[in-house]
Design a protein around this ligand. Structure first.
Ligand SMILES: Nc1ncnc2c1ncn2[C@@H]1O[C@H](COP(=O)(O)OP(=O)(O)O)[C@@H](O)[C@H]1O
Ligand SMILES: [Mg+2]
Length: 329
C-alpha cells in the first residue's frame, strides 16, 4: 500500500490530507482563514497558516492513526496561488521531506481540483468545469494535458460572487449552511437588465460586477440585483460549457472547485445535461473547496509514476498554468 501526505496552502485554506492507493482517504485536516473584512490579505493569511500549521499536521496524523515514518511521500501544492500563502505550505512540505527523507512531489492545485473530482465521482472522460474563487476554466484532457477550451477573461466566478455580496453588505461570511450569500439573496428577486458577456468560449464578470454595483447605487432592490447577476453569471457559464461538450463530443460533464458547491448552479447544469443526454458528475461539496486530500491524491498518482523534486528545487509558482502540466498517470 502506498500512502501520501498532501499539503494545501494556495489561498485561504491550510490543509493536510493523507490518502492511500486503495484508494482511501485516511485524514483530512484543515484550517480556514476568514478575513474580518475585505478579501484575502495574502500576508495575513500566511501568518495565520504559520500559527496553525503544526496543529493541522498533527491532527491529520492522529486521524490517520499513523506515524509520519509510515508515509511514502510528501506532496505539496506549489501553485497557482498567492505567493506568501504558497510559501508556508512549501516550507512545511520541504522540511518534512528533508527531515524524514521522503520524496517530495510537486502538485498543481488546479489539476488536483479536477483529479479529486474524478476520483470521488468516477467520471472518466468529462468536459470539466472548474469554478472557484480564483479560477473559471472549461477544460478537458487531450493528448496528455488538460487543454483549456474557455476561461474567464477577467475575474473568476467565485471572486465575482464574493465581491458582489461583500459590496452589497451581505457578507462575510460568504457561505452559510452550504449556501452562498448570492444564492440566498436571489430568492424573490426579479430580472433587471445587466450585461451578459460571452466572447467565443470565454466568459467575463468584471463588467457585470460594475453594472450590478451601479444599479445598487441607483436604488435597484438588492434581491433583484442578486437574482439578475446570478442568472447572468451562471447562464453564461452553462452556455460555454454546453458548446464545449458539443464541439468536443463529450458524453460526461464534471463540476469541480468551490462554486460547484452551489446547489442552484448544479441545477442549471443538470437541466442542460438532461437536455443534451450527458452524464453529469459533481464533486461532493466537502471536496469542492480547497483541501489537502486533493493534493495528496494527485501527488500519489505522480509519485507512482516516479515524479519527485529535490526540496531545494521545490519553488512556488504563483501562475502555474493548468495546461502546462503533463498528465503522466
Ligand atoms: N456552497 C457554495 N456555493 C457557492 N459558492 C461557494 C460555496 N462554497 C464555496 N463557494 C465559493 O468557492 C470559492 C472558493 O473556492 P476554493 O476552490 O476553495 O478556492 P480557491 O479559488 O481559492 O482555490 C469562493 O468564491 C466561495 O465563495
Ligand atoms: Mg481552489
Amino acid at each position: 500500500m502506498v500512502i501520501v501526505l498532501g499539503v494545501e496552502s494556495t489561498a485561504h485554506t491550510f490543509g493536510v490530507g493523507i490518502v492511500s492507493d486503495e484508494p482511501r482517504i485516511l485524514a483530512d485536516s484543515r484550517f480556514n482563514y476568514i478575513p474580518e473584512k475585505g478579501g484575502i490579505h495574502p500576508r495575513e493569511a500566511a501568518d495565520n497558516f504559520i500559527k496553525n500549521a503544526p496543529k493541522v499536521l498533527k491532527e491529520a496524523l492522529t486521524q490517520a492513526n499513523l506515524d509520519i515514518e509510515a508515509v511514502d511521500a510528501v506532496a505539496v501544492a506549489l501553485g497557482p496561488g498567492l505567493g506568501p500563502c504558497l510559501r508556508v505550505g512549501a516550507t512545511v512540505a520541504r522540511a518534512l521531506a528533508a527531515y524524514y527523507g521522503k520524496p517530495l512531489v510537486p502538485v498543481n492545485h488546479a489539476v488536483a481540483h479536477i483529479e479529486i473530482g474524478k476520483m470521488l465521482t468516477g467520471a472518466r472522460d468529462p468536459l470539466v468545469v472548474y469554478i472557484s474563487g480564483g479560477n473559471t476554466v472549461i477544460t478537458a484532457l487531450h493528448g496528455g494535458r488538460y487543454r483549456v477550451f474557455g476561461e474567464t477573461l477577467d475575474i473568476a466566478l467565485g471572486n465575482f460572487m464574493d465581491t458582489l455580496v461583500r459590496e452589497l453588505g451581505l457578507a462575510p461570511p460568504y457561505v452559510v449552511g452550504g449556501v452562498h450569500a448570492l444564492d440566498r439573496c436571489s430568492e424573490g428577486g426579479k430580472f433587471v437588465d445587466l450585461p451578459y458577456v460571452v466572447k467565443g468560449q470565454d466568459t467575463s464578470y468584471s463588467g457585470l460586477l460594475t453594472a450590478a454595483l451601479k444599479a445598487y447605487r441607483s436604488g435597484v432592490r438588492v434581491e433583484d440585483i442578486c437574482f439578475s447577476a446570478r442568472e447572468i453569471a451562471y447562464s453564461s457559464l452553462v452556455e460555454v460549457a454546453e458548446r464545449g461538450v458539443a464541439q468536443l463530443g463529450k458524453k460526461e460533464i464534471l463540476l469541480v472547485g468551490g462554486v460547484a458547491a452551489s446547489k442552484y448552479l448544479v441545477e442549471k447544469f443538470r437541466a442542460m445535461a438532461e437536455y443534451r443526454n450527458l452524464r453529469i458528475y459533481v464533486v461532493p461539496p466537502k471536496y469542492a473547496v480547497d483541501n489537502g486530500v486533493m493534493i495528496a491524491w494527485t501527488g500519489l498518482q505522480l509519485f507512482k509514476k516516479g515524479v519527485s523534486v529535490e526540496p531545494e528545487k521545490a519553488v512556488v509558482r504563483q501562475r502555474w498554468r493548468l495546461d502546462s502540466v503533463d498528465v503522466c498517470w
